[in-house]
Design a protein around this ligand. Structure first.
Ligand code: PEP
Ligand code: MG
Length: 325
């Protein structure tokens, strides 16, 4: 078993019929970084930068942010790290932050919305990320994009920071990727356009499912009420995958549901080739990928989405997964 474990950990994830799949991990602290090698992730598909903002007593300075991002980049040892700019605001707020009290904070002043109204905050963070990259590749992911216009405006801000860095004679990233999170239905329905604007897209299934089912992810009474392995949600996700794949734009899924092997199987079956999951799920998902005949899974899931009668497909997908053994 140990040999099998090491084989999965150290090898790339490839389906039984030879399709490579990227399995990355989610992280939020420099402390998480050694897990990349321990679990065999190909990189960090989602680094949630807001943790540093939320645990401190005051706003971290540019220097403090730079130091922590540099630590993360160094610990990654050349692996790709996707830095998601801070998704803070109404729903995630530290004591030192002030702002309106909103009735529906998840749908309120957070993420890119707050960042664009308080441009200085975002610019400080961009400055720190650029400085931390020190001329190496940098991947930035923007949270809570609602419209293509918003993405465009944020990207202009990033361009300004790059230009400023150049003016100061400091090193700019050797390669800069700017991605958009698809975690709001309005963005999902603009996937084609966002795929042309952005260098990559990442589906934030936690928020996307919350808004799709109108079920607060923080509410114990409703958060588990609707199965994400359902015809409605999977058909919606398939639209996203098809639109992004048609444009040839890199697409990943970084919502926690990807840690559920049955959901990961569905994601492969509807066109995702990259997922980012909590570290503890990397190995089980890699193992599942190695046993999948992708062509068969695509066909079966396609059939279930058009022909099945039940709204939750979990039982059918579990039966499909069993046939893999
Ligand atoms: C998501 O919404 O799926 C996501 C990855 O972002 P967060 O969980 O930090 O909101
Ligand atoms: Mg989110």
């Amino acid at each position: 078993r140990l040999a099998e474990f090491q084989q999965y950990r150290d090898g790339p994830a490839v389906t039984a019929d030879g399709v490579p799949i990227a399995i990355e991990m989610n992280a939020g602290l420099a402390l998480d970084m050694p897990l990349i090698d321990e679990v065999g992730a190909s990189g960090v598909g989602l680094f949630r930068t807001e943790l540093q903002f939320l645990i401190g007593k005051q706003l971290p300075t540019v220097r403090e942010q730079t130091e922590s991002y540099r630590e993360v980049i160094e610990a990654a040892g050349g692996a790709r790290v996707v830095f998601r700019t801070a998704d803070i605001g109404s729903d995630k707020r530290a004591d030192y932050m002030r702002g309106p009290l909103e009735a529906n904070p998840a749908m309120g002043w957070r993420g890119l919305r707050m960042a664009m109204d308080r441009e200085g905050l975002l610019r400080m963070q961009l400055r720190a990320l650029i400085a931390a990259a020190k001329g190496t590749p940098l991947s930035i992911l923007l949270p809570l994009v609602t419209t293509p216009r918003e993405f465009e405006q944020a990207r202009e801000l990033i361009d300004k920071e790059i230009a400023r860095t150049e003016r100061l004679g400091e090193p700019v990233p050797s390669r800069l990727e700017v991605g958009a999170m698809i975690e709001i239905p309005s963005a999902a329905w603009c996937t084609s356009q966002l795929a042309r604007q952005a260098d990559f897209l990442s589906v934030g299934g936690n928020d996307l499912a919350q808004f799709f089912f109108a079920a607060d992810r923080e509410s114990e009474m409703v958060s588990g009420r609707y199965d994400y392995i359902s015809r409605g949600f999977l058909t919606f996700l398939r639209h996203i995958a098809r639109s992004a794949n048609k444009e040839g734009t890199m697409l990943s899924y970084c919502g926690e549901q990807g840690a559920d092997p049955l959901m990961a199987l569905c994601l492969l079956g509807i066109g995702f080739r990259r997922v980012s999951v909590p570290a503890s799920a990397v190995l089980p998902i890699k193992r599942m990928v190695g046993r999948v005949n992708l062509a068969l899974v695509e066909e079966e899931i396609g059939r279930l989405l058009t022909e099945g009668q039940r709204s939750t497909l979990r039982g059918d997908i579990a039966a499909l997964a069993e046939r893999l053994d």
